[in-house]
Structures are given as C-alpha cells and as structure tokens.
Design a protein. Structure first.
Length: 86
C-alpha cells in the first residue's frame, strides 16, 4: 500500500501501490457493495485515494490489518472474507 502522507488526524489516505484511479474506485465500490468496508475517497495530487476515517477508540492494529487485507484482496480480485469492525 502507498500512504499519501503521515496522518496528523484520524483520516488516512492510501491506495494500492501502482493502482490506477479506476482500480481504486472499483476497490472502494466492491468493498461497499459487498458490505465489507465503507471507505471514503479523496482526490489529491490528481490521483484518487481511499480514505479511512478512524473514529472508534477501540480500533486495534488487527482491525487495521484486516482492512488492508480486504483492500489487497479486492485489488487482486480475490474473494474477500470477513469485515471491518463496526
């Protein structure tokens, strides 16, 4: 994954390395329609980024790893299993 910048607030912009904007949009839409994750989107530096806003104080490293795994699987076209925390 490619991180847009070091986060200074609870919002993180990221995208799979070498993915084009169409792929990023497809990943976001796929995870949303399958009910696995709700990610925002942001246009910065003429590129589309996935946007995760972390508001739950009980979010763990494993929760974040699960989210990255879901994005990676969606990027590679693999079947996604599990979901992000509510």
């Amino acid at each position: 994954m490619e991180l847009y910048d070091r986060p200074t607030i609870s919002t993180v912009l990221f995208r799979p390395t070498h993915a084009d904007d169409t792929t990023v949009a497809t990943i976001r839409r796929t995870l949303l329609t399958q009910g696995h994750a709700v990610l925002g989107r942001a246009h910065t530096d003429d590129r589309l980024w996935l946007k995760a806003t972390l508001l739950n104080p009980h979010t763990t490293r494993q929760d974040l790893q699960n989210l990255l795994t879901l994005v990676s699987h969606a990027h590679t076209g693999a079947t996604t299993e599990g979901s992000t925390p509510r």
